[in-house]
Ligand binder design. Structure first.
Ligand SMILES: CC(C)(COP(=O)(O)OP(=O)(O)OC[C@H]1O[C@@H](n2cnc3c(N)ncnc32)[C@H](O)[C@@H]1OP(=O)(O)O)[C@@H](O)C(=O)NCCC(=O)NCCS
Length: 192
């Protein structure tokens, strides 16, 4: 039997995304059919980007990016993009699909001009599916995002502070200037 080939690609267009089949296991954030529609909407946003890992025509994992919501504090910073969601279908987890997709994405120099944030809320974590407890899951995510250059960042964001396992992670591109990094830290800690 030949090895299954996983193709990693993006940013994909909404039409391309809808022409693929969503794995029926991609239900972490909402039912997979609705999530496919939501991903297609993100493709149409200004600065919206969706990357997929697919096996033939089946999407088995994805990562999304967008500009932060205009009412959030992060929107004030012109170089901040938000990693909105990452999910791999349960039957494909633990085989390097998620890590491979992140490394594929951040191999592109275009990210070096941006600060990419990821807000990690424990209520989104699939602890039941992995058998990990909240802290084990958090450790797994620290390694998962850490390999792609993300680090935990101090913040007074009340949504993050709501639970001690929640965390704000950020990847600061190598081309981001000192002033932009300072502004980001001030925004994160609520000083501006
Ligand atoms: C987080 C997620 C995207 C990782 O995808 P993946 O394809 O399994 O990732 P990888 O195979 O590259 O493995 C990443 C790490 O997860 C660990 N892992 C994967 N499946 C696991 C399982 N069932 N039990 C324990 N650890 C597991 C791997 O061992 C690896 O750990 P390491 O970094 O110490 O080597 C996937 O678990 C997922 O979709 N989870 C639900 C959604 C979610 O939690 N999104 C992120 C936060 S919002």
């Amino acid at each position: 039997m030949s090895a299954v080939e996983i193709v990693m690609e993006g940013p994909v267009s909404g039409d391309c995304l809808l022409s693929l089949q969503m794995s029926a296991g991609l239900n972490n954030f909402r039912p997979f059919e609705k999530q496919q529609q939501a991903l297609a909407v993100i493709c149409g946003f200004d600065a919206g980007r969706v990357y997929v890992a697919r096996s033939e025509k089946e999407i088995v994992g994805y990562v999304t990016f967008h500009r932060p919501d205009e009412y959030s504090r992060w929107h004030r910073h012109p170089r901040v993009l938000e990693l909105g969601g990452v999910e791999v279908s349960p039957g494909w987890r633990g085989r390097g699909v998620g890590s491979g997709l992140l490394l594929h994405i951040f191999n592109d120099d275009c990210w070096e001009d941006y600060i990419v944030i990821s807000t990690e809320y424990f209520r989104h974590w699939d602890t039941a599916g992995t058998g990990l407890d909240i802290w084990g899951y958090r450790k797994m995510l620290d390694g998962f995002f850490g390999r792609a250059g993300f680090m935990p960042v101090s913040t007074n964001d009340p949504d993050i502070l709501e639970h001690p396992a929640n965390v704000l992670m950020a990847r600061v591109g190598s081309g981001v200037g000192w002033d932009d990094v300072m502004d980001f830290e001030e925004i994160a800690t609520g000083r501006i």
